[in-house]
Write a protein that binds this ligand. Structure first.
Ligand SMILES: Nc1ncnc2c1ncn2[C@@H]1O[C@H](COP(=O)(O)OP(=O)(O)OP(=O)(O)O)[C@@H](O)[C@H]1O
Ligand SMILES: CC(C)(CO)[C@@H](O)C(=O)[O-]
Ligand code: BAL
Length: 285
């Protein structure tokens, strides 16, 4: 497995190797990332992962500085998973000059949920993903790229990005990988204390309960959703969580359910903070 840090070295390593299957990450890899490598690998001629903590998608008070950077261990895990090439640029390699052109995703999709609580987040994500796609696919005539369903809104926005900019990239979406108790794997789980780790599964349990309530409401869901969400948020807050949202939405556009939406059209999504750790999760109904 080759590890490169600059665009020039990346392009040289890609030359003549066919279509890449690409997995973008921010590092501190866990089995969720490796499942994406597994998903992508058979779909390309060579498997490429990127490791880059993208300042542009963090608010000033967020954890950009403390985000775990574990390049050596990440590369060992990627090598074992059959990855061929790792692109780990420095900030100066990926942003050789201040980024004055940015991708502004549709506010109807990007300014709600995660975008409401992390303003500018999806501009940062879409901008860096477009840059990474240009780096990896710019000289290879396209390929596939894999993203996780854990970041549900992110994968929707990236699919729109690809459609609207007509990028020659097929997006694969991998299922959320979970710990034995049901907690979604996440790099940020490393911030949890032992007691918080035991409590953390309650976010996915709250989503399951909300999904059950939404199913039981059946046709009444569009009018009952707000009350069900309120009750779910109060129950989690009573356990000591600071809840940003627990909500039932349409899978297709993350808008509230409308009359006629069958349960297969819906997803429940949540974000909440336990101590200093902000966790997100979701469940397709
Ligand atoms: N549990 C998981 N299952 C499947 N895919 C995942 C999981 N967690 C993250 N991913 C995916 O891995 C890719 C890289 O994500 P990232 O490096 O931000 O990891 P993360 O664990 O989500 O980190 P963070 O805690 O910062 O959100 C994204 O496409 C993300 O959706
Ligand atoms: C897609 C991504 C690598 C862009 O920085 C990041 O948002 C992530 O890891 O999910
Ligand atoms: N997994 C999404 C990246 C972030 O939270 O910044």
């Amino acid at each position: 497995m080759q590890i490169v840090h600059t665009l020039t070295d990346l392009r040289a390593a890609l030359a003549g190797r066919g279509k890449p299957a690409f997995v973008p990450t921010m590092g501190n890899l866990h089995d969720g990332h490796l499942a994406l490598v597994e998903l992508a690998r058979p779909r390309g001629d060579l498997t490429v992962a990127s490791i880059f903590v993208n300042r542009l998608q963090f608010l000033p008070h967020e954890d950009f500085d403390s985000y775990p950077r574990t390049l050596e261990r990440d590369c060992e895990r990627l090598r074992a998973a059959g990855c061929d090439l790792v692109f780990a640029p420095s900030e100066r390699d990926l942003y050789p000059e201040p980024q004055t052109f940015k991708v502004q995703p549709d506010p109807a999709l990007a300014d709600i949920l995660e975008g409401q609580f992390r303003p500018g987040f999806f501009t940062g994500v879409a901008t860096v993903v477009l840059k990474l796609f240009a780096a990896v696919f710019g000289t290879t005539g396209g390929g596939v790229a894999a993203f996780g369903k854990k970041d549900y809104q992110q994968q929707l926005i990236i699919r729109r990005l690809v459609e609207q900019f007509m990028l020659p990239v097929e997006i694969l979406v991998g299922e959320t990988q979970r710990a034995e108790d049901g907690l979604a794997l996440s790099s940020r789980n490393a911030y949890l204390s032992e007691a918080e780790r035991a409590e953390a599964v309650q976010l996915s349990l709250a989503l399951r309960a909300l999904a059950r309530d939404a199913l039981a409401a059946a046709e009444g869901l569009p009018t009952q959703a707000a009350a069900l969400e309120q009750r779910a948020m109060q129950a989690l807050a009573a356990r000591g969580w600071q809840v940003d949202y627990l909500t039932v939405r349409r899978r297709i556009d993350l808008q509230p359910p409308r009359p006629g939406d069958g349960s297969g059209a819906l997803v429940v999504l949540g974000a909440a903070r336990l101590g200093r750790t902000r966790l997100i999760d979701n469940l397709e109904i």
